[in-house]
Design a protein around this ligand. Structure first.
Ligand SMILES: NC(=O)c1ccc[n+]([C@@H]2O[C@H](COP(=O)([O-])OP(=O)(O)OC[C@H]3O[C@@H](n4cnc5c(N)ncnc54)[C@H](OP(=O)(O)O)[C@@H]3O)[C@@H](O)[C@H]2O)c1
Length: 259
């Protein structure tokens, strides 16, 4: 399927590994020029070289903290008027909510809510002028299905979802869409480190903890990041212009509700 976005310019935040990388790769395969980002420069440059090799697309690597002002400036210096913005960032670690300090709570809200709003503020007006824009926010399945210990992540991301729900309707007439992708368990470094932490806590092997986690999912496996990237590219396609303000849960059936 031709997604109709060849030549479009995309910024994909936090994309040297994992879900962000998969989104960058799928957009590059669709013919977009892509800015990728991460803090570790070596990892980022390796990923950029791999994506150039696998897709033939123009890939620009911006080594920066997406949450920092100068990091955001660097992203927009590399691509001043993106057609596509994928908001992604790391999430706070598991923690009992009683242990969270005020500072940690504010940091979590900044990382998983404020940063995406700041980047969208920078990107949206040129999108409105050009009458094309696609903004996708990577949040989490925990926005819909809570998980004790990830309360700060869930709360900040739910806040972002509610914040953009109104914004999405205010820009829809200009062919600018704002959607959310809610991953369940995808096979990434982050998931593997969570499983390792669980295994150590329970005194079992990584393999045993992984099998137990997979067994909780109706699909009986973790998601492949390419599946996530392909769905992201579709939400950014020309054909997806009538889809806005939506939350796409991709979790192998883990959420037990009908809707
Ligand atoms: N994987 C899952 O199953 C799953 C499920 C639910 C929600 N999520 C959420 O989805 C998001 C992505 O998860 P993932 O599994 O893809 O994580 P990951 O495999 O750990 O990859 C994270 C990526 O983000 C970059 N990054 C992290 N912090 C950054 C920052 N401050 N500035 C710029 N780049 C940054 C990392 O590079 P550097 O470290 O070099 O900066 C890396 O490229 C996270 O918010 C996570 O909580 C994931």
């Amino acid at each position: 399927m031709d997604l109709g976005i060849a030549g479009r310019k995309a910024i994909v935040c936090a994309s040297s590994r994992g879900l962000g990388r998969a989104c960058a790769e799928a957009l590059a395969q669709a013919g977009c020029e892509v800015v990728i980002n991460g803090r570790n420069r070596d990892q980022l440059e390796t990923t950029a070289a791999e994506l150039r090799q696998s897709t033939g697309a123009t890939i620009t690597a911006v080594a920066a903290d997406v949450g920092a002002r100068d990091g955001q400036q660097a992203l927009f210096a590399a691509c001043p008027e993106p057609d596509i913005l994928i908001n992604n960032n790391s999430g706070p670690p598991f923690r009992d909510f009683r242990e969270l300090t005020r500072e940690q709570m504010l940091d979590g809200v900044i990382a998983n809510m404020v940063v995406a709003i700041e980047l969208t503020q920078k990107a949206i007006d040129p999108m409105l002028r050009r009458r094309f824009g696609r903004i996708v926010n990577i949040t989490s399945g925990t926005v819909k299905m809570p998980l004790a210990g990830l309360d700060l992540s869930s709360g900040a991301r739910a806040g972002l979802t509610a914040f953009f729900a109104g914004v999405a309707r205010s820009v829809a007439a200009s062919n600018v869409t704002i959607n959310f992708m809610l991953p369940g368990a995808f096979d990434t470094d982050r998931l593997r480190s969570n499983i390792q932490a669980n295994a150590s806590k329970q005194g079992i092997t990584f393999e045993a903890a992984q099998a137990a986690r997979m067994n909780m999912i109706p699909a009986k496996r973790f998601g492949a990041i390419a599946e996530f990237g392909a769905a992201c590219a579709f939400l950014c396609s020309a054909q997806a212009g009538y889809i806005t303000g939506q939350n796409l849960l991709i979790d192998g059936g883990a959420f037990p509700g009908t809707f």
